[in-house]
Design a protein around this ligand. Structure first.
Ligand SMILES: O=P(O)(O)OC[C@H]1O[C@H](O)[C@H](O)[C@@H](O)[C@@H]1O
Length: 182
């Protein structure tokens, strides 16, 4: 019997490593549209968040993806750094988010536009119903690292949240977090 080393390694407080891992970075210039206003003090090439994934060999039912999203503590005129956010293309596909470190909010939106959040902190585990759009928000002063597991056939429907955007924005002033209806 062969006893092999694992092909992948995920340090609890670090990134995902292994040959099959793909990483993408979201720069401020590609995220400007997420925020209420443009912050001229931020360099266009500021890295807002990074996503590393191990994608399944097939984008089919029964296959799973594993990933980590890492959001840096960047504020855009006081508005907290966030992911683009999406519905799944296949609404039958659920997802789990598990907070490895940092503090933030997981914003949900149902198909009627009702928006709410769950608090994220180290160890918090979040179930995402396939019918709910989801967006990560870093409200802390350190990286927010969130481990994600989702069906390989889920897909990302960004258009749907552009047509019906999350209707609440999250800001930080000093140490106070506050929200604003958009
Ligand atoms: O694609 P975004 O909405 O910007 O979110 C960033 C990423 O967050 C998590 O890692 C999800 O599971 C990924 O599927 C998603 O791509």
């Amino acid at each position: 019997m062969e006893i092999l080393d694992s092909k992948l390694f995920h340090d609890f407080h670090g990134m995902l490593k292994g040959q099959e891992v793909t990483t993408s970075k979201k720069l401020y210039k590609d995220a400007k549209g997420f925020y209420q206003s443009v912050d001229a003090s931020l360099d266009d090439n500021t890295i807002m968040y990074e996503v590393s994934c191990v994608n399944a060999s097939k984008k089919e039912e029964g296959y799973l993806n594993w990933g980590i999203s890492l959001l840096h503590p960047v504020y855009v005129n006081g508005e907290c750094n966030m992911t683009r956010g999406h519905f799944h293309k296949d609404l039958n596909c659920e997802e789990y988010y598990w907070c490895a470190s940092g503090t933030g909010l997981l914003m949900f939106m149902d198909e009627n536009g009702k928006t709410w959040c769950e608090k994220m902190k180290e160890g918090s585990l979040h179930h995402i119903n396939g019918h709910h759009a989801h967006r990560l928000i870093n409200t802390g002063n350190e990286d927010l690292k969130v481990i994600c597991v989702w069906n390989a056939n889920a897909g990302h429907d960004y258009q749907r949240v552009e047509q019906m955007p999350f209707n609440v924005r999250v800001f930080k002033k000093g140490e106070e977090i506050y929200t604003q209806k958009r």
